[in-house]
Design a protein around this ligand. Structure first.
Ligand code: NAP
Length: 419
């Protein structure tokens, strides 16, 4: 029986476990997760008003519930258990830790209050315990840097009125913050032309359907080409609609500086002819991609863990954004996981490894209270139960609350203590 440890319970990790079981029905996969709750990017990256996409969590949940899969939430590799220990207990260990750090622009003013990376911002509006509210108030004008789908998500959440966000899983605190901002202008700024934008047309077109916001192309004459994205932008440019919030598209502007003394006041850009363009902003969100961070002694290079088709070294593999960088859609992870699972199935040979039973023993000795699948189900049930009428789920936003709902922790006993 091959025993595999997967570090990270986002789509990449869960799809890998699923594929391993298809290829090797006798294998077992243990999925370790730093937070008490699973699903990574689905829970904390996908926008709260895109519940159709978030529903993929149900597919991933079915993977966690399978007989040969075990969930170890609230276990941080590198803190609670070392990578070399895992590698001695399992036939293969797989990094599925994603790309969690925001890339930086490296321009003046980037650390001013009011400037935030998209990981921090989307993490905050998704209730991630590590991400506080942006340090910005009285936001009349917000600047979003980048021309990808994350920029669209951020603009849409800022632009929607509370009625349009009903039924999402935004927390009451996030809803209140959004409601209290007098937003009039949102600027989405790309460093290249519209033809080079990475938006998908479907996501872009959605901005034309919002109740209280209208998309505006600042320089329609600059729209070049006939891609679906450019055509949608042309439609935006000819639409004539009044609404309280304008979503302004700017192209060919390179970020130059964030301006302000104690607080962000404006963002400066350099245009193609060398002139400076300054946009007022009390909030700026950089949506320019992410990079992997070091995990348990393994260091990334250029934002990913160096690998050859998913292999880092003998016994150590990598999948998802940690492998290829922050690109593709969620189904991309499914096909990629299939390839890495095949590679593991071909390369890993059976030998004596104690796997999950030894890991449990080790965690117990270290008094680590992990969240198993049943305990995660208790968190899930509690979050759904407290949601009320206006939202589909009310997430716990601290680890302590999650552990209390899971009924594991110093005061309520670890899983093994209850069994
Ligand atoms: P992305 O699609 O790679 O877009 C990043 C943007 O940042 C690009 O416009 C890029 O411009 C720009 N950028 C990078 N460095 C910059 C710099 N130094 N200065 C100015 N601009 C810079 O990344 P993303 O939006 O973070 O999305 C990540 C992945 O998740 C993508 O595959 C995306 O499609 C996916 N996603 C999908 C959905 C959905 O399907 N609903 C939602 C969210 C995210 P250049 O092109 O010039 O490099």
């Amino acid at each position: 029986m091959l025993r595999i440890a997967i570090i990270g319970s986002g789509p990449a990790g869960c799809y890998l476990a699923d594929n391993l079981l298809r290829l090797l029905p006798d294998s077992s996969s243990d999925i370790l997760e730093r937070l008490p709750v699973p699903f990574g990017l689905i829970r904390y990256g996908v926008a709260p008003d895109h519940q159709g996409t978030k529903a993929i969590a149900r597919v991933l949940d079915r993977v966690l519930s399978r007989d040969h899969v075990s969930f170890f939430g609230n276990v941080e590799v590198g803190r609670d258990v070392r990578l070399d220990e895992l590698m001695s207990l399992y036939h293969a260990v797989v990094l599925a830790t994603g790309a969690e750090r925001d890339r930086r622009l490296g321009i003046p003013g980037e650390d001013l209050p009011g400037v935030v990376g998209s990981g921090g911002f989307t993490g905050w509006y998704n209730g991630h315990p590590d991400h506080p509210a942006p340090q910005a108030q009285e936001v009349h004008s917000a600047v979003i840097i980048g021309n990808g789908n994350v920029a669209i998500d951020v603009a849409r959440i800022l632009a929607k009125g509370s009625a349009e966000l009903a039924g999402s899983d935004l927390s009451p605190e996030v809803s209140a913050w959004l409601r209290s901002q007098p937003i009039e202008a949102i600027h989405i700024v790309g460093r290249r032309g519209a033809a080079d934008a990475k938006f998908t047309d479907h996501e872009l077109a959605e901005l034309g359907t919002l109740e209280r916001a209208r998309p505006v192309v600042v320089d329609p004459a600059s729209l070049d080409g006939a891609s679906p994205v450019v055509q949608t932008l042309r439609r935006f440019a000819t639409a004539n609609r009044e609404s309280p919030v304008a979503i302004n598209f700017h192209f060919d502007l390179r970020p130059a500086a964030f301006v302000g003394e104690k607080q962000l006041r404006a963002v400066q850009f350099r245009s193609a002819d060398g002139s400076t363009v300054e946009l007022p902003a009390q909030l700026a969100v950089t949506c320019i991609g992410y990079e992997a961070v070091a995990c348990c002694g393994v260091n990334p290079a250029n934002g990913v863990f160096p690998n050859q088709d998913g292999k880092v070294k003998d016994g150590l593999y990598v999948v998802g954004w940690a492998k290829r960088g922050p690109s593709g859609t969620i189904p991309t992870n499914r096909s990629e996981a299939q390839q890495v699972a095949q590679r593991i199935a071909q390369e890993v040979t059976d030998s004596e490894r104690r796997g999950g039973s030894a890991l449990r023993q080790l965690l117990e000795e270290r008094h680590v209270c992990w969240v198993d699948y049943e305990a995660w189900r208790r968190i899930d049930t509690a979050e759904l139960a407290r949601a009320g009428q206006r939202r589909c789920r009310e997430k716990f936003s601290t680890v302590a609350e999650m552990l209390e709902a899971a009924q594991v922790g110093p005061n309520v006993g670890c899983p093994s203590a209850r069994n």
